[in-house]
Design a protein around this ligand. Structure first.
Ligand SMILES: *Cc1c(COP(=O)(O)O)cnc(C)c1O
Length: 472
């Protein structure tokens, strides 16, 4: 009888060396795809793991040298595949959440994609004036478009709305007090908390009123020598309803200006146009806020606006220019791809073709339109699946959501494609969809996989059908 230690040492003797593994066919492919240094790192990790398993006895079956090499090669392949999953890649969003934060918020319009790929990705006129042949203003055209669309005197674009809020508060309120209603000390999307941003900016929070009711007199009483700014925050992802009170923006502007203060409104989702016809009611418009007397408003580029991630600061020229010449501007400004995508998105608004912006097109789809798409989709799917499929496909009513911390009370009625399998568990179906190329992200409800075509573009329906067909 062999002792445990001879067993162990003989298995360990069979363990391939890193070099041996690297000579295998799989490894040579990995070297081609990942580069020699990275593939060697992965191979070393695979061999280390196997050695550890043999030593600890968690691998009991005696392996031949060939078996261990094969096992190591397949582990190497899996390690490489798993790593590829973490790279950023296009997915099909079948969740019905339009501004899906985990899936990159707003998908760009065709024009915006072209502007990024064909113009900005090359050498481009980012800071170059083609008329004079001299240095030009970075983002100048994009900012003029925004000024035109919002009615603002001037606009400055930074990385995101959180940066915009931080920037405004730092420059105009650091060392002083900011008056804000207790009903607006909100958290938006996990890591944007109004009190924390205020603290970071070096401004002191002076909270007034109550969670549900704040009156003009509350603001008035709070104003003292140290007050710099009155802040209003759009609660974005939640609403206070019932016994509520808040002064109008007009009243707040009068109060601020009477006391020589700045009125700053952080609008977040930022509607450039009236979104009533797109099914979103009560979403404040940037334009109205500026008209009512806000000196500065900030909003995101990739929420309801439907463009790339950006933070837009619009308002009085004198204030915007102060921000522009501040050293922080250099740290917070976006890259050329952002200006290009934003400019192309805004161009659609200017030509009153907002429905070219995917977010708005998806918002405006009616339940009837989606029902018609679902019925065509099911016909195509039935054709593809044939008669002996184990899948059950039904149309059921449901709701899509706006997402992205915007318009929480909007009810977007939809029709879902509900899929279940005779034997396979629903979680497995959902995983198969995620494993397809491009990956399909769907949700599970009532033990079925639910597909909402509202967020799936027409051109992706073919991919989606192929992905579903894999589940048979
Ligand atoms: C979403 C939001 C932010 C943060 O915007 P990002 O672009 O995600 O940085 C800030 N304020 C309000 C009111 C928001 O809705």
């Amino acid at each position: 009888m062999r002792t445990a230690s001879t067993n162990l040492s003989s298995y360990l003797r069979y363990l391939p060396s890193v070099d041996e593994l690297l000579r295998s066919k799989t490894a040579r492919q990995a070297i081609d795809l990942a580069g020699a240094a990275h593939a060697t790192g992965l191979a070393r990790q695979v061999i280390d793991d196997l050695r550890e398993e043999l030593r600890s006895g968690s691998r009991k079956t005696p392996y031949s040298k060939g078996d261990l090499l094969e096992l190591a090669a397949s582990r190497l392949e899996n390690a490489w595949d798993a790593e590829q999953k973490t790279s950023i890649q296009r997915v099909i969003n079948a969740t019905g959440v339009i501004i899906h934060t985990n899936l990159g918020r707003a998908p760009l319009s065709d024009a915006a994609r072209r502007a990024v790929a064909d113009e900005a990705a090359a050498y481009c006129s980012l800071e170059y004036d083609l008329g004079t042949g001299k240095r030009g203003k970075r983002g100048g055209h994009t900012e003029s478009l925004l000024a035109e669309l919002t009615g603002a005197e001037a606009v400055l674009i930074v990385n995101n709305c959180a940066a915009a809020a931080f920037f405004v508060l730092t420059v105009f309120a650091a060392g002083g007090e900011v008056v804000i209603s207790r009903g607006e000390l909100v958290e938006i999307g996990g890591d944007f908390r109004v009190p924390d941003v205020l603290a970071q900016s070096g401004a002191l929070l002076h909270e007034v009123g109550t969670t549900n009711r704040t009156k003009l007199a509350d603001y008035q009483r709070a104003i003292n020598k140290k007050t710099r700014l009155i802040l209003r925050v759009h609660p974005s992802n939640y609403r206070i309803v019932g016994f509520t009170a808040a002064p109008t923006l007009n009243e707040m502007a009068d109060l601020a200006h009477h006391n020589g203060l700045i009125l700053y409104e952080d609008l977040g989702s930022g509607a450039l146009i009236d979104l009533d016809e797109f099914g979103i009611v009560n979403e404040p418009m940037i334009l109205s806020s500026l008209e009512a007397g806000a000196d500065i408003v900030t909003f995101s580029g990739d929420k309801l606006l439907g463009g790339p991630q950006a933070g837009i600061i619009a308002g009085r020229r004198e204030l915007i220019e102060k921000l522009r010449s501040h050293p922080l501007n250099r740290a917070l400004r976006p890259g050329k791809l952002v200006y290009a995508a934003l400019e192309a998105t805004l161009d659609a608004y200017r030509r009153s073709l907002a429905s070219e912006v995917p977010v708005l097109a998806m918002l405006s789809m009616t339940k009837e339109e989606i029902a018609a798409r679902v019925s065509r989709f099911r016909q195509e799917l039935d054709k593809r699946l044939g008669s002996n499929s184990s899948l059950q496909v039904k149309a059921v009513e449901g709701v899509s959501t706006v997402g992205g911390g915007a318009a929480p009370e909007a009810r977007l009625e939809t029709v879902l494609v509900a899929i279940s399998h005779q034997t396979m568990p629903t979680v497995r179906l959902e995983q198969l969809l995620r494993d397809s190329v491009p990956p399909v992200i769907a949700r599970i409800a009532d033990d079925r996989v639910m597909i909402d075509l509202r967020t799936v573009s027409n051109v992706d329906e073919g991919h989606l059908i192929e992905a579903i067909a894999r589940m048979c």
